[in-house]
Design a protein around this ligand. Sequence first.
Ligand code: NDP
Length: 335
Amino acid sequence: MKNEQIVLAQRPEGLPGDETFRYEDTEIKKPDNDEVLIESVYISVDPYMRGRMNDTKSYSKPFEIDEPLNGHVVGKIVESNHENFSEGDVVTGGLPWKKFNTVSSDAVNKVPSTEVPLHLYLSTLGMPGHTAYGGLLEIGKPEEGETVVVSAASGAVGSVVGQIAKIKGAKVVGIAGGDEKVNYLTETLGFDEGIDYKKDNFSEKLAEAVPDGIDVYFENVGGPISDEVFNHLNTFARVPVCGAISSYNSKEDNGPRVQQKLIKSQALMQGFLVAQFQDNAKNASEQLAKWVQEGKIKSEVTIAEGFDQLPEAFRNLFTGDNFGKQVVKVSNSLD
Ligand code: NDP
């Protein structure tokens, strides 16, 4: 068996180009006591990883130059030196971008069920699903009949936000780029309205879609989209600030410029990190799995094939070339 890894070769300026990444051969370490050897099967690429490529202090440590990048993985146990894991078990955890990892057994968890598509543990049943669940229900708190708007709406987080808001009886408006994604919101996911922010009539369409104003805005993008959305916030609206992807590749502050609008609407705007919902993670996992099983939450996935596709798949998050959750399949060993 041959092992490969992808390291951070240099810190990117703007969208990470090929020079950001370097492929290396590396060895497979035999597991010591309490360690497991895991073959990566699906590797997640996530927008927050862009922040870790900068050398700036943030909520998670910057990636080190010449060290492998790191993210959520679904993998298969190849060899175990811990009683809780056996060969063939399917696990998830945050792991280096390597085809094979030897790690302490507490770095990974067995998936609750292998009856679902396994990449769902990187989207609806994984970190993005928990982000949507916690951010919407604990901060957004949508009530029946209220209007919820979500940006990056067809993506891993946004699609779950909108569907949970529908389950809670809200009117849901999703904002996404391009006809295919916008149609998917209304036709497949059951959103009330989908709006294409790339079209010139974005501002008019948004105003038409929210005649009663906006009670919850689940913020994923920042920038000019949010400037527009904030014009419609109702009194005491709630704005869970999940992400600002429009600014991740830029050095400038990309807005939105909100202060006056927050005062006028007396709205609550609160940043959050998925980790703060840890205490409720078991409930969230069970509820999300139930909704998936009942067909109440659907999801789209873009699967790139091959370890060498990781950099391109990562860039897709910023060009919008992903549709739904972007993952990379690096092994067929769980087919
Ligand atoms: P997605 O699956 O939604 O993929 C990213 C999408 O963002 C793209 O498909 C694209 O969709 C959209 N996008 C990219 N650039 C822009 C831009 N300049 N303006 C508007 N839209 C853009 O990603 P995730 O669901 O994983 O993440 C969504 C957001 O949630 C991100 O901001 C991320 O950082 C944040 N997040 C925060 C967490 C937390 O704990 N706070 C945890 C997880 C995610 P389109 O084609 O529609 O433009």
